[in-house]
Design a protein. Sequence first.
Length: 358
Amino acid sequence: MDISSRENVEVPFTLSKPSKKTHSFVTFFDSGYLSRGLALIESMREQGDSSSVLVVCIDEKTYKLLELKADELNLECTTIDRLIGTYPDLVTAKGNRSAVEFYFTLTPFLLRYALIGKPQNHIVVYLDADLYFFSSPLSVISTLETFSVALIEHNYPWFLRSLEAKYGTYNVGLLAFKHDEDGIRVLDWWSARCIEWCQDYPENGKYADQGYLNHFSLLTEKIQILNNPGFNLAPWNSASSKLRVDASKVKVNNYNLTFFHFHGLKHVGRWWISSQLNYYSPMTRRIFLAIYGGYVQHLKAIESQYDVNPSSATLVKRQGVGFRGILTNTARTVFRLLSIVTGQAIRDKYINIKEREV
């Protein structure tokens, strides 16, 4: 499959404004994740959702660039300092945990901030910056019925089921909260728990901001599980699904792939290396290119236009230390080499960014 054949999209995008502003989105990233964050937002626009996206910018470079694109992409931009100024508890949290743990702590506060000034029953959807839409986000919104909180399960295959005990049943990649009594109650509870403990390791059923999702059902009965197989396909669950390419569309158990979670994708040297093998979930080359090919092409197109250094990303960077660090780095090297050999990676020279306007 030629990954340079992805259909061109002219910019600026033509946005179809909905008649009612029933929902909006929120995400956050730094300049190291700028290409991923922009690719996420542009994929939403290409797929027809023009709803407002609030971006909390971790650094000044991100804020300045997105401010220039705010009208074109219907963005609301704010800074991390404004968020912290709104929620003083974050000042203490920032001083007693690592940068990654602090970013995990922010998730419920991002949603609370995004709900400020919104009307009753407005829906705010949180998105991780490494998501990417292959079909309209409106297909997610249309599945939301009488709910206050919407969650997505990790959907681990049987051989990774033990990870659920460590990292929780649900994934934080996409969450939806309604501006109603139950939604606010859950957000307030979640915020307080993340201030108390939000470490980058599992402990007693907790893990970062994510383990707490298992307890939301104790706070409200108005929880909806988004179980469409095309939602939140990811390296850790792709082995749970039957994947095929039909008329250039990726099908997941006969459903269209709506969005993929590109967790763990690394640009190392001349290669873009996925984390499929880290989860023992290799894809056929055709399916791999249908999912990863256009996304990597999009990232490269953005990076060629802006002064972006993905290696500076801080949102999910983890470094081992001592002997454990040596083992971790050795394992990473082995998996990277195996990913290249087994076709779970893409080499830079095969990416034709001229085929895509940014």
